[in-house]
Design a protein around this ligand. Structure first.
Ligand SMILES: NC(=O)c1ccc[n+]([C@@H]2O[C@H](COP(=O)([O-])OP(=O)(O)OC[C@H]3O[C@@H](n4cnc5c(N)ncnc54)[C@H](O)[C@@H]3O)[C@@H](O)[C@H]2O)c1
Length: 457
């Protein structure tokens, strides 16, 4: 190992290494807390001054990070936060955890990575270990990040070290967290891999080293494409079951009893979150540059993107049972976050369903114990909404309740008792009921408006 590498390894082993995290969101803040807990003086850097202020005051804004734990680390001087990148000059390691969204054209938006790397490059110094964690297309670390850092005159793998390690955090998961999810690490050269593995081993239980940054980048895209495609498949099965009058929920539950060769995925109103609807398109964009057309990703994307439309059709069916049109009816969307028991509404299919309902003239409102307010800029309805209290009166006051996220804090028996009509896209309601339409399940019998006309002899 080189002299700068040996020095850094020593500093990591003795916890004297000064650790930095760029981007203190759902990924970056829990990681910063893990490094601080492991004994490193850790500095978080974020452009959002509200986050910096919150951390300095010892207040967590990420549900998976308890405020008392954050407050303790800040009070002990283990965790610092700043918006000033000049601190990079005094750091030994830096993990980049900034967003990687898609443009409207489904092309990668690399602007956050570029801006973070530019700011780091301005303070790059010999011996620094830089690790990219943001999910991105294979080749980003070597083709984009490395040349930007090497433009300083310092050489990757010689003067500074560079690696990619995908973040696999699952917000809201009570069993798996930053510490106990194995960490995949690939460096631009063996020394970078070794140093990055040494750093993570101090804070994370199990490290999986791979041969290159390309492999590490591709691992994450395989994982998320696997989910997107399997959710697309089960959504298509749900659409078929809906037509065939078969309960898809019962089918998946029974299939899941097979002890090998099957893994259950569940249908729903569409894909949400920062990862599954987006990441596969990073891969598809890169593959297309080589003339390869990735068909599974595109097909799963089409099926998953069609689900909010299907849900709106279901809501129209439900209202039809009470001889009401969507236009002028009131619909309460129950669950705004993209998945159960979290507060994250990014890419949530609930927002698409609400927008479609609003465009068709429905009076839309929502209830979500984790999301008190929906800012106007966060959905295409364009106006701010506040969560309705989930009371029998509020449920009974609307023409239809659409369950789009099955938060565990919700009393579904009360919903069942109080609502006039329910569309259940998550199998949150147990059993069959005359006023409940489930996605992918047989519909209860319809009472016709007029008695059947007598056949003319
Ligand atoms: N949220 C998840 O569940 C999850 C899981 C695995 C991987 N990822 C990936 O991790 C990355 C980060 O996701 P996230 O959910 O933490 O995003 P986030 O939006 O919660 O946090 C990103 C943070 O980066 C900050 N930021 C943006 N540009 C910056 C810059 N130039 N300098 C400093 N700070 C900057 C933002 O202010 C924000 O606080 C993404 O690539 C995402 O795909 C996310």
């Amino acid at each position: 190992m080189s002299l700068p590498g040996t020095n850094l390894l020593n500093r990591i082993h003795t916890r004297r290494a000064r650790v930095g995290i760029v981007g203190l969101g759902y990924v970056g803040l829990p990681l910063a807390v893990e490094f601080a807990r492991a004994g490193f003086v850790t500095t978080g850097i974020d452009l959002d001054v509200r986050k910096i202020d919150a951390i300095r005051q010892g207040t967590s804004y990420i549900p998976d990070v308890p405020t008392p734990e954050l407050a303790k680390l800040v009070a002990q001087g283990q965790l610092h936060a700043t918006s000033d990148f000049s601190v990079v000059a005094s750091l030994d390691t830096i993990n980049i955890c900034v967003p990687t969204p898609l443009r409207k054209t489904k092309d990668p938006d690399m602007s956050y990575i570029v801006s973070a790397v530019e700011a780091i490059a301005a303070h790059l110094h010999p011996g620094l270990l830089v690790i990219l964690e943001s999910t991105t297309y294979p080749g980003t670390t070597e083709e984009l990040v490395k040349p930007m850092l090497e433009a300083t005159g310092l050489k990757a793998g010689v003067d500074f070290f560079l690696a990619f390690s995908p973040e696999r955090v699952d917000p809201g998961n009570p069993k798996f967290n930053t510490r106990n999810v194995p960490k995949v690490v690939g460096g631009t050269n063996p020394e970078s891999t070794e140093l990055a593995c040494a750093l993570y081993s101090a804070a994370i239980e199990h490290i999986v080293s791979v041969s290159s940054t390309h492999v590490a980048e591709m691992v994450k895209l395989l994982e998320n494409t696997f989910r997107a495609v399997n959710i697309g498949l089960v959504n298509e099965i749900a659409l078929m079951c809906d037509r065939l009058g078969i309960d898809v929920w019962e089918v998946v539950q029974a299939a899941a009893t097979k002890p090998f060769g099957f893994m259950p995925f569940y249908p729903g109103p569409g894909l949400g979150g920062h990862c599954i609807p987006i990441d596969p398109f990073y891969l598809s964009w890169k593959a297309k540059q080589t003339g390869f057309e990735p068909r599974f990703i595109e097909l799963a994307g089409q099926i998953n993107a069609s689900m909010p439309h299907f849900v709106v059709d279901k809501i129209a069916d439900a209202l039809n049972r009470h001889r009401k049109p969507l236009n002028g009816s009131s619909v309460l969307v129950l669950g705004l976050a993209y998945k159960r028991d979290i507060d994250d509404i990014r890419e949530s299919p609930s927002l698409d369903v609400m927008t479609l309902l609003h465009q068709k003239g429905a009076h839309v409102r929502y209830a979500d114990p984790h999301v008190p307010t929906l800012p106007g800029r966060s959905w295409h309805g364009g106006f701010e909404l506040h969560a309705q209290p989930l009371t029998p009166a509020a449920l009974a006051a609307v023409d239809c309740v659409a369950i789009l996220t099955e938060h565990t804090a919700v009393d579904y028996d009360m919903v069942l008792r109080s609502a006039r009509m329910i569309v259940d896209t998550r199998n949150a309601i147990v059993g069959c009921h005359s006023h409940v339409l489930k996605l992918g399940a047989p519909a209860p019998p319809l009472e016709p408006a007029f008695p059947a006309e007598k056949a003319v002899a």
